[in-house]
Design a protein around this ligand. Structure first.
Ligand SMILES: [Zn+2]
Length: 354
């Protein structure tokens, strides 16, 4: 494995890391929680701490020192006792590339232009994990396998891992991490000690976001964080896709008035996600609850909960088929018309009470 441009440490992970190192006592950890809070970074920090050579063997684990040989090897992506297993599609964005990929990097970059990179954790990678687990640790501390997102293992891959997870050779530790772990085999889940990584404190997360993005105020950082449901890494990524903090609160009313043309410039997945958030918050307001993604005063009151429920179902169908080769422009236009129809239905003629 080689590491490139890995993002800096995320401040809200420090205390959970200390707690996890003190409380986890199983050889296999199942890290779960929302996306966009740094699950991969947390899993890697656990692995780094387990392998760190600064403390004596047998002592309670501490966060990695960042200075010993082991820490440097992990930073260089070449620790012989660490195996990081990711789908191809995530390797570049998380700053990890497998050794096999290094060998044919040129071929890979040309292939990636023509062929979509896999979103799955492949069974071959899990077979390599089984092999890796059989050998004793090169540096004598431990061996660590990190699989992320664990729910992207298909049935065959998960079954292949099961035996090693059940009867791990002496020094091997596993950290499986993901956001939809209900999709994971129950037999795999039951072999692991679960650890929940929660959403970070909003103040800490929005201050971090403010330092990460150019030309946004602290208040705008908070708008972006709320728009991402409190997930700071998601907020950062959405802003890079074109989500504008100054425009976000205007979206519900622009949809109502049929003038949300800015959304036609966004990727379809972001449009669908945004409409789902509008729909969610309109439903919250309709039943007297507080909205989650938009400021309360940006949301019109839509009393017809049945219409909102039907809209939510329609959006969910589109979201499940996000990989479908839609005509992007046409699909977005249809979705915007549908939003307007839900939010401003045509008045029925001949209302007997009028
Ligand atoms: Zn160290």
């Amino acid at each position: 494995m080689s590491a490139v441009d890995r993002p800096a440490w995320l401040p809200w992970l420090q205390q959970p890391l200390v707690d996890a190192l003190h409380q986890l006592n199983s050889h296999a950890v199942l890290l779960h929680g929302p996306e966009g809070v740094g699950q991969f970074e947390f899993a890697l920090a656990l692995a780094r701490s387990w392998l760190c050579e600064a403390s004596a063997v047998g002592q309670v684990f501490q966060p990695a020192c960042g200075r010993c040989v082991s820490c440097h090897l992990i930073d260089a992506g070449s620790h012989p006792d660490l195996m990081v297993v990711l789908p191809e599609a995530l390797q570049a964005s998380l700053g990890w590339q497998s050794a096999a990929d290094d060998a044919d990097a040129a071929e890979k970059s040309s292939t990636s232009k023509t062929k979509k990179l896999s979103q799955d954790v492949k069974v071959d990678a899990i077979r390599a994990v089984v092999q890796f687990s059989q050998h004793t640790a090169s540096r004598g501390r431990a061996k660590v396998v990190l699989v992320y997102p664990a729910e992207r293992m298909n049935l065959i891959a998960a079954n292949t891992l099961l035996k090693t997870l059940e009867e791990p050779p002496g020094q091997v530790r596993f950290v499986l991490s993901g956001a939809s772990l209900e999709q994971l085999l129950p037999t795999v889940r039951s072999r692991c000690q679960a650890w929940h990584l929660p959403l970070p404190d909003a103040e800490v997360a929005s201050s971090w976001l403010h330092t990460q993005l150019d030309r946004i105020s602290p208040a705008e950082a908070r708008v972006l964080l709320d728009a991402a449901g409190g997930q700071p890494l998601t907020a950062r990524d959405r802003q890079k896709l074109g989500l504008d903090a100054a425009y976000w609160p205007q979206i519900p009313k622009d949809l109502l008035n049929g003038v949300a043309t800015a959304l036609t410039q966004w990727p379809l997945t972001l449009v669908v996600e945004t409409l789902q958030k509008v729909c969610h918050d309109l439903a919250c307001v309709a039943v007297g609850a507080g909205p989650r993604y938009f400021p309360r005063d940006s949301l019109p009151v839509i009393a017809d909960i049945d219409r909102l429920t039907h809209w939510a179902q329609e959006l969910s169908k589109v979201s499940r088929h996000a990989e479908h080769p839609w005509n992007q422009g046409l699909k977005v236009e249809t979705l915007l018309l549908q939003a307007r129809a839900v939010m401003r239905p045509k008045p029925t003629r001949g209302n007997p009470r009028s």
